[in-house]
Design a protein around this ligand. Structure first.
Ligand code: SF4
Length: 246
């Protein structure tokens, strides 16, 4: 097997290049290249773009620094494309924060796609993406919150019907104990997703540090297996604990 090829973004038109230089992207972490830590593409080398800003307010959020405040840095879309071009693989993960709260999300994804990159977006799902964004994104990692997150009712999705129109939709639920699986069932019913393919439903254990997550692994894996759901640990927590930008 040969090594993963470096990214060679497709040449942009002068107008697209100018637009990429003009688009300012506020970031909660520096750009980083790492392994996808969760979900369907667990372990895949990826560039992470962590957009600044989130008003969802999950009690157990592991990126509270992304909620508000001045960004760690602001880059242009052109800078982000250049960073991607220097890394192997062709995958970019747009995360947050809540990326769909950020108006730069859609134009940024458009630039990434125009450069030939595969794009995953990670969202809580409370904001329905616009049709062009829904069409552009290769994979949606949507994580509705259980009661443990203690979020306000208006931060829960009103509908997740758009998942049926997405190219590669996955639902990810963060659980802390197996009896929360009843809440997952209730949410699937509530959103009309009882027939959503079980292989697209992913159970993930909460815990910022490995010692918090470790005792949850086996009980949650077995509970997921009983329902035919996927289970993925959080690889970045296993490898790097609660370090940022990994
Ligand atoms: S939606 Fe994500 S970033 Fe926002 S509070 Fe919840 S876990 Fe944190």
């Amino acid at each position: 097997m040969s090594e993963a090829p470096a990214i060679h973004p497709e040449p942009a038109s002068p107008a697209a290049s100018a637009s990429a230089v003009a688009l300012r992207v506020p970031l909660a972490d520096e750009l980083f290249y790492s392994l996808q830590g969760e979900g369907a593409t667990l372990g895949r080398p990826s560039v992470f773009v962590r957009l600044m800003g989130c008003t969802v307010g999950c009690a157990w959020c592991d990126t509270k620094y992304s909620w508000e405040g001045p960004p760690v840095l602001e880059l242009s879309a052109a800078d982000i494309l250049e960073f991607c071009a220097g890394r192997p693989g062709n995958q970019v993960i747009v995360t947050g924060g809540e990326p769909l709260e950020n108006p730069v999300c859609a134009p940024l994804v458009a630039h990434l796609k125009a450069a030939g990159l595969r794009v995953e977006v990670e969202t809580s799902g409370y904001i329905e993406p616009s049709s062009p964004l829904l069409e552009a994104v290769d994979q949606w990692n949507v994580s509705p919150k259980l009661a443990s997150a203690a979020i306000a009712p208006d931060k829960q999705p009103t509908s997740l019907g758009w998942l049926w129109r997405a190219k590669e939709p996955y639902l990810k639920f963060v659980l802390h104990k197996p009896d929360e699986m009843a809440e997952v069932d209730a949410l699937l019913d509530h959103y009309g997703l009882a027939e959503f393919p079980s292989e697209r439903i992913i159970i993930s254990p909460g815990g910022k540090k490995f010692e918090h997550m470790e005792p949850r692994l086996l009980p949650l894996a077995e509970a997921a297996l009983e329902r035919g759901f996927r289970f993925t640990p959080r690889l970045h927590v296993i490898l790097w604990g609660d370090k940022r930008a990994v």
